[in-house]
Ligand binder design. Structure first.
Ligand SMILES: [Zn+2]
Length: 281
């Protein structure tokens, strides 16, 4: 049975890019945490289904919640980096990314995690404009990245990029890229591997996308967030569209994930990549 990659970006609901106008970075420590609600649901579901996943931790979270990092590791999951405080790559710049990764690595190490092998940038901001990030990742010993989104979107995306596992040649060597799943539909790639579309479209669409990739011998990668499993999170005064996107179908996330966990086999990124080491793209 083919192994697909399952991942969770470990961040608070108030750290999401969509809501960044409403929760200033300096105020984060004053906002009550909701992280445990989602993490309990996720870790419970994975245990029930015998599935393992990759948890991309924000360094900011790892620094404050070493217990959560250890809980993931103890349950056999992979811990990787989601950057320190959810900054966009284009805002960090090259030197800023080096510092951001170093701080996150230090926070993960202090929490008892091995050096992260994988990275996912905030909000898929690894684009043609921030391609230098691959050089930085290779320099720091990362083995894979999951920040490229092969979709057309006003803020991110690399349309036409290989939607499965591929190898990117960077300045100091090569690195694997494993984007989250997309599904070709009417000439566009729909991001069905997580986020708003995952909660908007019937779960059958995500299942069909995974099955379609499977038939082509390619594993899929899914991404979800703890806040997507927390339908009681405080509603914040964001603009209507941002609020709609953020809270749409939160109650459905768990049953949808469970449907997929019943039908497919999921593992951490590093495991799936090791099994597909011969795939070159
Ligand atoms: Zn994120």
């Amino acid at each position: 049975m083919m192994r697909h990659a399952l991942s969770f970006d470990v961040e608070e609901y108030f750290q999401v890019a969509n809501l960044r106008g409403h929760f200033r970075r300096d105020d984060w420590d004053g906002v009550p945490s909701r992280l445990d609600v989602g993490m309990d649901v996720i870790l419970g579901a994975l245990e029930r289904h015998g599935a393992r996943a990759t948890f991309f931790f924000l360094g900011w979270i790892a620094q404050r919640r070493a217990d959560l990092v250890r809980r993931c590791l103890d349950a056999g999951h992979e811990v990787a980096s989601h950057g320190f405080e959810h900054a966009f790559l284009q805002d960090l710049g090259r030197a800023g990314l080096v510092e951001d990764l170093a701080r996150t690595e230090a926070a993960l190490a202090a929490a008892g995690a091995p050096a992260p092998r994988g990275f996912r940038a905030s909000t898929f901001t690894l684009t043609r404009d921030t391609w230098w990030a691959f050089d930085v990742l290779v320099e720091r010993g990362y083995r894979y990245d999951s920040s490229v989104h092969p979709v057309r979107h006003p803020l991110y995306g690399v349309p036409g990029f290989e939607p499965g596992i591929s190898t990117v040649e960077a300045a100091g060597g090569s690195i694997r890229e494993f984007p989250v799943a997309t599904w070709p539909c009417a000439g566009r790639n729909l991001p069905v591997g997580g986020g708003g579309y995952f909660r908007l479209l019937p779960v059958a669409v995500s299942a069909a996308a995974i099955a379609g990739l499977e038939r082509r011998g390619r594993p899929a990668a899914l991404y979800l967030h703890p806040w997507e499993f927390d339908s009681d999170q405080p509603r914040c005064p964001a603009p209507l569209l941002a609020r709609f996107r953020h809270t749409l179908n939160l109650k459905r996330t768990l049953p949808r994930l469970e449907r997929l966990l019943e039908r497919f086999r999921f593992d951490p990124y590093e495991r799936v990549l090791a099994e597909n080491a011969d795939v070159v793209g």
